[in-house]
Design a protein around this ligand. Structure first.
Ligand SMILES: NC(=O)c1ccc[n+]([C@@H]2O[C@H](COP(=O)([O-])OP(=O)(O)OC[C@H]3O[C@@H](n4cnc5c(N)ncnc54)[C@H](OP(=O)(O)O)[C@@H]3O)[C@@H](O)[C@H]2O)c1
Length: 486
């Protein structure tokens, strides 16, 4: 197998892909003849590139490589090719390099570059006959964002499909590789007690939070054109929504799972009120006098001084089908927030509780929390009488937490995803129709917000919980956000 990374000196390659491949080599998941070809326009040869890989592994692996022989064996598999990706010349060198690999009949192309380069690379590969699916088994792994809106995504898809049919494309949403996101299917469908409760008769609301403490770092140029709705909601948050709310699939086979996810994405909508701002809050991080060392968004490198790009979004939406009619889904995500975490909160309805315990302040609705990161856990909040203390009730958590399991070395998301792609498993990769419906939904919102951002974009100080308007959005519906460890 030959694994070709276009963009082999980028942040994604050094931080995620190369450490994932190294760990896979350590677990003997890569076959003996595995070859890595890394490409970028950085002036390296294979020797100096291997040194860069070595230092990336030391920097980004949780436990840096301990065995020199294993490290050496891995580094030996890597070749480097310096070339301009938008120029044809280098592709002939790539062809020679591929031909020199003894058993190069299975090639994975990983496009770890900006999406504008995707069709350019595909076209140049075709020109040198490196896109011939009859001669070799070819697969294409691509990163989000897949387009900037539905129109650009469709154009990109059309261009890619002329060289790579849908069944050869693996669209990565790395949230789908996170152990707890993957566990949602097992939690929902391997536990019979949940299915009868998983509907609008028993569930009051669903909240999905992906909260980041980091800012845009060196990605200002990219981020300022995208913002939280396009960068995070369209992909990670809607994917988590789809997995949480899909119908049981016919099997766990990738097409059955993805068919059901599409059914959810097709039926998403904001409430049909006239004013979009009743259901959408957009924010942007601003300076905080308590943290003078942290820049406001508009002061970040490559961000426009008068940028109206949202770094925070909160939404109230619905999924229109028999199971979920009337259940609000609250999504929120933002940068430079107080804590880094991602979780799904399922709040169950009060039926018996109210009748028997009235408004007892210590008795709460049952809540199921699926923590996706940094901890991987499921907890269920129940009401119990404090033992021996009479009428005092406390919220008790039943938890399952992977940190509590001895000797469990959970794989990183990219390791899981690459492993699945190598085995040809596809359920953790987004199919085109999922991307299409997610864009259709996000396009509706961005279109309605255009032109009104100046007056509605809410500034929030860095390292706080985001705009207070997001709390008010839920308060208007007698609800409140469940934070980490609430
Ligand atoms: N970083 C992440 O964690 C992350 C997460 C999710 C998705 N993504 C997506 O993954 C893609 C890559 O992200 P990144 O953060 O790794 O970007 P990056 O750090 O800017 O890396 C881009 C890579 O592409 C190379 N490159 C760019 N233009 C080139 C050209 N014309 N010819 C040859 N090489 C060229 C760069 O080489 P030089 O270094 O020589 O310029 C570098 O190796 C983006 O689409 C991004 O949105 C990234």
């Amino acid at each position: 197998m030959i694994f070709v990374i276009f963009g082999g000196t980028g942040d994604l390659s050094y931080r995620k892909l190369l450490p994932a491949l190294y760990r896979m080599a350590g677990r003997d998941v890569l076959d003996q003849d595995f070859r890595l070809i890394a490409i970028s326009n950085d002036p390296h040869d294979s020797q100096s590139y291997r040194k860069k890989v070595q230092s990336a592994l030391s920097d980004y692996l949780e436990s840096p490589p301990a065995e020199p022989e294993a490290l050496e064996r891995f580094l030996e598999k890597a070749e480097y090719l310096q070339m301009e990706l938008d120029q044809p010349e280098g592709y002939r060198l790539l062809k020679d390099l591929v031909a020199s690999c003894p058993k190069g009949d299975r090639i994975f192309y990983y496009f770890a570059v900006t999406p504008e380069l995707f069709p350019v690379i595909a076209e140049h590969l075709d020109e040198v006959d490196l896109c011939d699916h009859q001669k070799r088994k070819l697969s294409l792994l691509i990163e989000k964002p897949f387009g900037r809106d539905l129109k650009s995504a469709m154009a990109l898809n059309r261009k890619l499909n002329t060289r790579f049919p849908e069944e050869t494309i693996f669209r990565i949403d790395h949230y789908l590789g996170k152990p707890m996101a993957r566990n949602i299917l097992t939690l929902r469908f391997a536990n019979d007690i949940l299915e009868p409760l998983w509907n609008n008769r028993h569930i009051e609301s669903i909240q999905i939070t992906v909260s980041e403490s980091a800012g845009v770092a060196h990605r200002g140029r990219f981020y300022d054109r995208f913002g939280a709705l396009r960068d995070m909601v369209q992909s990670h948050l809607l994917q988590l929504t789809a997995i949480t709310m899909m119908e049981p699939p016919e099997s766990l086979g990738s097409d059955h799972v993805r068919d059901q996810k599409v059914q959810v994405l097709e039926r998403l909508s904001l409430p049909q009120e006239r004013d979009i701002w009743d259901n959408v809050v957009l924010g942007q991080y601003d300076a905080n006098p308590d943290h003078p060392e942290v820049a406001a968004y508009q002061e970040e490198e490559d961000v426009a001084e008068d940028s109206l790009t949202e770094t925070y979004a909160a939404l109230r939406l619905f999924v229109h089908n028999d199971r979920w009619e009337g259940v609000p889904v609250y999504l929120r995500t933002g940068k430079r927030l107080a804590r880094k975490y991602a979780q799904i909160v399922v709040t169950f309805r009060d039926t018996v509780r109210h009748r028997l315990f009235g408004d007892h302040p210590a008795v709460h609705a049952n809540v199921l929390v699926i923590s996706i990161q940094p901890d991987e856990a499921v907890s269920f909040r129940m009401n119990m009488e404090n033992f021996g203390l009479g009428e005092i009730y406390s919220a008790t958590r039943m938890s399952s937490c992977t940190e509590c399991l001895p000797d469990l070395n959970t794989p990183e998301a990219y390791e899981t995803l690459l492993g699945e792609a190598f085995r040809g498993e596809r359920s953790s990769f987004t199919r085109w129709d999922e991307v299409e419906h997610a864009w259709r939904f996000v396009d509706q919102i961005t279109r309605q917000c255009e032109g009104k951002r100046r007056e509605h974009l809410k500034r929030y100080p860095v390292w706080t919980d985001g705009p207070k308007e997001a709390d008010e959005l839920l308060a208007r519906h007698d609800s409140s956000w469940v934070g980490k460890d609430d």
